[in-house]
Design a protein around this ligand. Sequence first.
Ligand code: GTP
Ligand code: MG
Ligand code: ZN
Length: 201
Amino acid sequence: ADKLLALAELAKIPAILVLNKEDNAPAGLIEQVKAVYEPIGYEVYTLSAQNGTGVEALRERLRGKICAFGGPSGVGKSSTINAIDSSVDLRTGEVSEKIGRGKHTTRYAQLLPFDEGYIADTPGFGNLLLEGLTSEMVLVSFREFADYEAGCRFCPCTHTHEPVCGVKDAVAAGRISASRYESYLTMLAEVKLLQEKEGRK
Ligand SMILES: Nc1nc2c(ncn2[C@@H]2O[C@H](COP(=O)(O)OP(=O)(O)OP(=O)(O)O)[C@@H](O)[C@H]2O)c(=O)[nH]1
Ligand SMILES: [Mg+2]
Ligand SMILES: [Zn+2]
């Protein structure tokens, strides 16, 4: 989710977080996710495409917009679109017991007319490729970091090995979520690896 949010941030595409399968959510998980994302300005919608809870609110939010659903295979993107729009009947697939993931039921992106707008269903990804991204781009795609950069001794600061760093301090103090910072480090490492590979070519 953080990767998708980061890519949306870079492309200046407004993104919202949609948590499906709330019928099946472990106690406290939804509140935990909201506590990470709402304070940094991401709207969080929860629903169950299966039971119909929360569907109306998401339908209202997407009315008249052009939007795309993204996320791993099996999270229920197609099921959610089916629930939002009674005029479509997209194919949905089981989550494999053996591998614990979806079976890549949706095979291609499809733009569907929806209430004076459009909704795109997309195939679930395994791992998003970060080709063409630089460390600087990863840095600016975590919107909450900017507030703490005044506390960094170096400019630019990668918020990794530098000795005095406002972002690392904020993570330590719990003002920046540890999971978001982890995602940042993961993306940074992936971009570095890609750049090294490209350099060798
Ligand atoms: N418990 C529960 N299961 C759901 C819900 N929504 C969808 N599912 C199930 O999750 C599985 C995957 O749903 P899909 O809609 O095919 O998922 P997807 O994200 O479109 O997957 P891909 O097309 O492979 O990317 C199906 O077995 C659905 O029945 C829900 O709200 N609750
Ligand atoms: Mg699908
Ligand atoms: Zn820093």
